[in-house]
Design a protein around this ligand. Sequence first.
Ligand SMILES: CC(C)(COP(=O)(O)OP(=O)(O)OC[C@H]1O[C@@H](n2cnc3c(N)ncnc32)[C@H](O)[C@@H]1OP(=O)(O)O)[C@@H](O)C(=O)NCCC(=O)NCCS
Length: 137
Amino acid sequence: MIIRRATIEDLDDIWQLANESFAPSPWPKEVFEHELGSPRSIYFVTTGGFLGATQILDEVEVGSLGVSPKFQHQGIGEALLMAVFALPKTKRVLLEVASTNTAAQALYHKVGFQPYYRREKYYKNGDDAIMMERKID
Ligand SMILES: CC(C)(COP(=O)(O)OP(=O)(O)OC[C@H]1O[C@@H](n2cnc3c(N)ncnc32)[C@H](O)[C@@H]1OP(=O)(O)O)[C@@H](O)C(=O)NCCC(=O)NCCS
């Protein structure tokens, strides 16, 4: 599996992957376009999956992670998170996940994330958000 940093050239592929993994409601394409053009954003892409994050000093916040259904259960999500953990200067990785998204929570627990706060009714559908962090030694 080859994981590489994405650029604006990858916009169409990432948008396609977002549509497949977040159906029926991915973010608008303009959001990915804006983020891929922003110097604070870090996107990784591989065949079947992508991850988008923002780095501020030694903290990285993962804003999106999607693996297309036909590529799931092959270790792609885990490998994309490992790429984040390996970013220089990173001491803490943060993300939020819907309380009903048990697949993503299982993945995050497996790679060492721990919950630190619950935001009630955070999502439009009424789901709570679980805020999770992973410290890097
Ligand atoms: C969550 C998601 C990114 C996982 O990607 P993936 O590439 O299939 O995950 P991996 O193959 O790397 O799985 C690694 C571990 O995560 C856990 N896991 C992943 N999918 C799981 C599922 N459906 N049920 C239970 N555990 C799961 C397992 O512990 C797995 O380890 P194992 O294979 O040794 O059992 C993927 O299902 C996805 O894109 N879902 C839709 C979008 C989404 O929810 N994104 C996250 C938003 S916060």
